[in-house]
Design a protein. Structure first.
Length: 754
């Protein structure tokens, strides 16, 4: 981000200007350097140039090598004399026409050479670059619309029978991300309908079977409300933070699913608490019930919900203070939405007036009561078997072995970034072309020199040239033939002018140099000061040098190369104050930050759950076990995904942070109810219709009481969340499938662990 600011300051722009790539590829894998194909490439350049030359500034001649190469082809076709052919040398990577040299590296890719190693015989891809500084009168929307209009023309109006034209820019990428996100909406609607149906059915059936209630429409309304509340909370909270000045980010589209995963646990816990408490007080007067039920629901479920909510809020608050900008927005949105959801749940489900929904409709038929009693005994048998199983040491050993495997998987997780993570469009093909042809052939490093010093001082000039040579000697550097360094031409020009026109001091100035037609393109590389003295003509300049290698198709290798550039920049920054810019630098930095941000988020959640649990649960061992459960869940999710080949990328990182968030929910509920079961045992009371009263304080009986209180709501909420995300598994989009594959193990693993 800092490097981008330096580059914008150099370009005299107050924001991102135009940067657009037009990739030309011959149909049927023909070579692009055939005359008819090159003619079309020049026509594409001219079409864009008609409007582009009005604001291109110092970058108007970026595609001049394509036109010059085409002119050379035409000239050689019409004249076969040896003397003429010697004046036109169409070699790669540097061509020459009438003593004017130009580099083909930024424009020609996938090049195959003749036996002489210089003459190109096949070119797979021709890239046209359209770049312009941002004018103060431009708005961001104007820049986007210009770039999108170019893409729309070539997509809908241009005849691509001979040459395939693909356009790439930041605006096009953003549009495709939004389009991919919108493509998920129908599947999410289907998932939400499935979720509501499941929740309504299970809530009604459990009320009839477990609590001897009759089915009422109120229960349907309450179940649907429990599913809708997270989205209501997100709408309110996100609207509030946007009004407060937080900018929108596409990553916030994930937030409703995080809140949904947390909210349904809490909502169904409160619903079943209402049922149990109503069962306990079915002999109480209506007046007494109205006074105490809401209070008892809050007493039984409030601390567990508060532990879950405040742990997530605090963890995301810490993440917002220590994360990159995009993840910072994600954390702020999550914290605000979770807080608002907690308030909505207390008002809509936990409020005193809500007990009207649970009007007693007991089943009085003796036969039905007998059937319910048999069902209760069967469930008690299953409960005793299950608690005995999870209390067995052998079961714990199996869990430890599984987690050892998951730890190995988490340690071996790799990082990657690809357009395949986000798109269902032709951008996937562009990404393939870029990775296969462009990046391995020519990866440019743009170096901005903000303190060049006195260019009339020979020693200073030698030091600047030595700096350029140092970059050209780095590993994987192409060399001087890929470098655009204005000072080399300027020094040669000054020496020539001083010899020929020594009496005219203005002939060797920078402005005179830039007025020459063959040197005018250097205006885009030089920033002049306002003074007219020769020693202050250049206040800043930038130069470009290229690197190559098949291994650069890997993001990891690009990161290593970028770090080498930065190390070289640091070596000369004390003298010239350098900064280096790469088109991939922003994404490389994200990949470098992913492991740190991920483990920091997990550590913050781990610390927060210890602090919050300690406030609500006065039992150190319980607090430790909750923290261990959350840690094990995080490791389990990463290990599970790694073993199935999922890499660590921005999508996985965001969804993993989300999984860490809702993995807090189940441990919070289980731990608090297990801790509270001590009080129930001391009073020889229980509100469960399944667990029997017992005066014993043995862990096995406390565990049975805990599962009776939270087991079914946890299963109900977990399955409903998985069902909501289930349709995403059928979308051929990476971020949709990863979202489902994270939901499933996070919910299942957490529930199984506890």
């Amino acid at each position: 981000l800092v490097v981008m600011i330096f580059l914008q300051e150099f370009l005299n722009s107050d924001g991102q200007g135009i940067t657009l790539f037009v990739l030309l590829r011959a149909q049927h894998n023909q070579s692009m350097i055939r005359p008819e194909y090159m003619a079309e490439a020049v026509q594409v350049r001219v079409f864009n140039f008609l409007s582009f030359d009005q604001f291109c500034g110092g970058f108007c001649q970026a595609n001049e090598p394509v036109r010059q190469f085409y002119n050379g082809l035409r000239a050689l076709e019409g004249n076969v004399s040896l003397d003429f052919q010697q004046r036109i040398n169409l070699s790669y990577p540097t061509s020459e026409i009438f003593f004017t040299k130009f580099s083909l590296l930024p424009n020609f890719f996938g090049v195959e050479l003749d036996e002489d190693g210089k003459t190109p015989t096949y070119v797979s891809l021709v890239a046209l670059i359209f770049r312009a500084e941002k004018h103060p009168s431009w708005t961001t929307e104007m820049v986007k619309q210009w770039e999108l209009s170019v893409d729309e023309y070539f997509t809908r109006s241009y005849d691509q029978q001979r040459v395939e034209v693909n356009v790439l820019s930041a605006a096009i990428v953003e549009q495709e991300i939004l389009r991919a996100g919108k493509s998920l909406q129908p599947f999410l609607v289907v998932g939400f309908i499935i979720m509501c149906t499941f929740c309504t059915t299970t809530t009604t059936v459990s009320s009839i079977v477990t609590y001897n209630h009759k089915a009422t429409f109120n229960k349907v309304v309450l179940s649907v409300t429990a599913c809708i509340l997270p989205f209501m909370a997100c709408g309110t909270a996100l609207g509030a933070i946007f009004l407060a000045g937080v900018t929108y980010s596409p990553i916030l589209c994930i937030t409703p699913f995080l809140v949904l995963a947390i909210s349904v646990d809490d909502a169904f816990l409160m619903v079943h608490a209402w049922n149990r408490i109503e069962r306990c007080h079915h002999k109480s007067t209506q007046t007494r019930a109205e006074k105490i039920r809401s209070f008892q629901v809050c007493v039984e479920t409030g601390p567990a919900i508060a532990i879950s909510a405040f742990t997530n809020i605090l963890a995301f608050a810490i993440g917002a203070a220590s994360s990159p900008p995009e993840i910072q927005i994600f954390c702020i949105g999550n914290a605000a939405c979770i807080f608002m959801d907690m308030c909505y749940q207390r008002e809509f489900i936990g409020g005193k007036g809500e007990d009207r929904v649970f009007l007693r409709h007991s089943i009085r038929n003796a036969l039905q009561l007998q059937e319910a009693s048999r069902l209760k005994e069967a469930v008690q048998g299953v409960l005793r078997w299950y608690t005995g199983l999870i209390a067995d040491v052998r079961c714990s050993l199996v869990a430890v072995l599984c987690w050892a495997v998951f730890v190995g998987g988490a340690a071996a997780v790799s990082r990657i970034l690809s357009f395949q993570l986000f798109f269902l469009s032709t951008l996937l093909q562009i990404d393939h072309f870029r990775s296969q042809y462009m990046v391995p052939s020519y990866t440019p490093a743009t170096v901005v020199v903000t303190k060049p010093g006195n260019l009339s001082d020979p020693k200073n000039v030698r030091d600047l040239l030595a700096m350029k040579d140092a970059f050209e000697k780095l590993p994987n550097a192409i060399g001087s033939e890929s470098t655009k360094f204005f000072l080399s031409d300027y020094v040669n020009y000054k020496n020539a002018m001083q010899e020929e026109l020594g009496d005219d001091p203005t002939a060797a100035t920078l402005e005179a140099f830039l007025r020459w037609p063959e040197y005018s393109f250097w205006r885009g590389f030089v920033k002049q000061s306002n003074t007219t003295t020769e020693t202050s003509d250049v206040s800043q300049f930038m130069f470009v040098t290229g690197f190559h290698g098949d291994h650069l198709a890997s993001w990891h290798e690009r990161g290593r190369l970028l770090n080498r550039w930065r190390a070289e920049v640091d070596r000369f920054s004390g003298r010239f104050n350098l900064s280096v810019f790469s088109e991939d630098g922003f994404y490389v930095d994200i990949l470098e930050a992913i492991p740190t941000v991920t483990w920091q988020s997990g550590l913050a959640t781990f610390a927060c759950v210890v602090i919050i649990c300690a406030l609500f649960i006065n039992h150190p061992a319980t607090v430790v076990f909750v923290a261990m459960a959350i840690f094990a869940t995080c490791i389990g999710v990463f290990g599970y995904m790694s073993l199935f080949g999922v890499t660590l990328d921005p999508v996985v990182m965001a969804i993993s942070i989300m999984c860490i968030g809702f993995s807090v929910d189940i441990p919070a509920h289980v731990s608090f109810h297990y801790h509270a079961s001590r009080a129930h045992a001391a009073k020889q009371s229980t509100c469960s219709t399944i667990a029997s009263r017992s005066s014993t304080n043995q862990p096995i009986f406390r565990l049975q009481g805990t599962i009776c209180s939270v087991g079914f709501p946890v299963i109900q909420a977990g399955v409903s969340t998985i069902l909501c995300a289930l349709p995403l598994a059928f979308v051929p989009l990476y971020m949709a499938q990863v979202r489902f594959s994270h939901f499933f193990p996070a919910k299942c693993v957490t529930a199984a662990l506890l």
